[in-house]
Design a protein around this ligand. Structure first.
Ligand code: SF4
Length: 204
């Protein structure tokens, strides 16, 4: 049996968090960013090409393991690494409704073991039956929270991403919050897009 592929957050999200990707790729059509040159994750993948085959292996393990098997692997990670949270996805997204349903089942099986959270830019999927143990942050739309990319902070939503998850719980709790995130990762030399344009893409 191949070793289960995961990482532990450390400097980015904290040692209390394991990170696992379900899918290697995002689904561009629903992304809030104006084009892929603004994507922090894509630039990381160009800088470190080994990320791509690693993510593809993670997608393969997601496809091949059933919910009970996948849960067992995650339990192993929790006990080995002594973590509290499991973050699903770094740059990928749900491929279909089957992914959502499978993750819900896994989250239910992990109640009392670890808490799960993720991000999605797929407002076309149905999250109404999501697990109490799974926090879903909608990218540009509300699920348990809304993660909203903005050109300028409005200061009206009461929640701002500090771009350092160490000790931050905003995305890990079902808070019903709109979390504003500055589009600070814009590509070098690229003009910042207008807020309206970003919002339109978020609704696409
Ligand atoms: S809001 Fe907090 S938890 Fe969410 S991405 Fe930003 S720093 Fe991380």
């Amino acid at each position: 049996m191949e070793a289960f592929k995961y990482s532990v957050g450390k400097t980015k999200v904290g040692e209390d968090t394991a990170i696992v990707n379900l899918r290697a790729n995002c689904h561009r059509v629903f992304c809030q960013l104006p084009d892929c040159s603004y994507c922090y994750d894509l630039r990381m993948r160009k800088f470190r090409p080994t990320i791509n085959p690693y993510r593809e292996k993670q997608e393969k393990q997601w496809n091949e393991l059933n919910p009970a098997q996948y849960t067992d692997r995650l339990k192993g990670v929790v006990y080995l690494e002594q973590i509290t949270f499991i973050r699903l996805q770094e740059g990928g997204d749900f491929k279909n409704q089957g992914d959502v349903d499978k993750l819900n089942e896994i989250a239910n099986r992990l109640i009392g073991v670890a808490r799960l959270y993720t991000y999605t830019a797929r407002p076309d999927l149905n999250f109404t039956k999501r697990s109490e143990n799974l926090v879903i942050n909608g990218s540009g739309f509300m699920v348990d929270n809304e993660y909203r990319v903005v050109e300028r902070l409005t200061g009206t939503t009461g929640a701002v991403c500090q771009a350092s998850c160490l000790g931050c719980m905003l995305c890990k709790e079902k808070g019903g919050r709109t979390i504003e995130c500055l589009l600070r990762h814009a590509g070098k030399g690229k003009k910042m897009p207008s807020f309206d344009f970003i919002k339109e893409r978020g609704k696409a």
